[in-house]
Design a protein around this ligand. Sequence first.
Ligand SMILES: Cc1cc2nc3c(=O)[nH]c(=O)nc-3n(C[C@H](O)[C@H](O)[C@H](O)COP(=O)(O)O)c2cc1C
Length: 407
Amino acid sequence: MLATLIYRSRLNRTLDPSQLAGLVERASLRNAQLHVTGILLFDGDHFLQVLEGPQASVNAVYERIGKDPRHGNVVELLRDFAPRRRFVDRGMVLFDLRVMKPHVVLRAILRFGTLKYKLASNDRVYKFIRTFIASPSTNGGVVRNTSPEQWRFAIKTSPFASDAPLFHEQPCQFAFQPIIEPLRGNISSLEALIRGPNGGSPQEYFSTIAPNKLHEADLASKGWALAMARRLGIGNHKVAINLLPMSLVKIPGAVDILLNHITRNQLNPGQIIVEVTEDEVISGYEEFTWAIRQLRAAGIGLAIDDFGSGFAGLSLLAKFQPDKLKIDRTIVTDIHLHGPKQAIVKAIIDCCAELQITVVAEGVEKVEEWCWLEAVGIQRFQGFLFARPVLNGVSAINWPQRILHKI
Ligand SMILES: Cc1cc2nc3c(=O)[nH]c(=O)nc-3n(C[C@H](O)[C@H](O)[C@H](O)COP(=O)(O)O)c2cc1C
């Protein structure tokens, strides 16, 4: 199958633009040997490259290119398959926008095709090229001020207990993980993640419970989560708890039971955030609406968890606007390398800004991911980069600090 890949990147100061011709000549020969064809656009600062050929060859070439220190901010914009090559016979052709006029480049690219196959102006690959030529610095959404090397991390103990004793009759345990605002040095909340009696997974815990007791056990476990949060010294911080929405629907007086857990632990409803997943909301929306109203009326916050992993997507927000939306780790992972994920996150941010919904990025593990997400305006983060969940406690937090260079 003929694969197509487009990426954009930014020149590093280490490549003198005058050396570009040599680079292109060598790359072109190597590509031809691998039956890879394509074009490279350069505007003096940014590159856009189209690679096409057998999938394994395109992947191998792209992997090498991604490691090349002569450029950085390499972001994949498109990976697709095509019936025919767009750029026949040539390993790689350079279009240097410093010396060629945009309309000349576009015309030349449209003429590239074969008699059998002409590149059409509505071709997606051509549209990427046109956008790049119109505005190379914004094509695919280049984000400025994302410099992971500006940061180092310093571990500081959290204000919470790191290993709180369990209650005598407690049937389950909880691992707590902070959600932080790294640049403000602020812990915005702790998420209580349920674990089995021996620290096992949530699935392990719930599998020991009879199906007809599931919702009862789910609701009761929130009481233990809040009791443990108090033992950790939660103070005025917020606690996020995961709740099956159907527990609120199926258990009579569920919201009152929850409120009772809250007050018994000397917390107030405004400190509690109930997290539900998008699939849970959609599958029982009609029934859940009533429970949502009750939670709202009680002053309890609502968050959509794992947003982007389910089937609903942004259309969910037409039905229901939570206080918080947590972007799923599958979108966050390697976001700095992936144009489609970047476009999705920007759409989520725009939508949430208009609806006054706070965005949280979860599953952040790499400094590059965090830098990219900060640069587009996300302020709250959860993930191993900052703090891992700890059973019955809260770990020390890895805070980023800007490296100040001596002048
Ligand atoms: C913007 C840019 C585009 C590149 N395109 C190609 C290419 O299409 N094919 C290729 O073989 N090398 C290309 N290179 C060079 C590779 O990154 C790498 O230096 C080369 O493949 C030699 O790899 P090696 O040192 O592992 O043998 C490109 C480099 C840059 C900076």
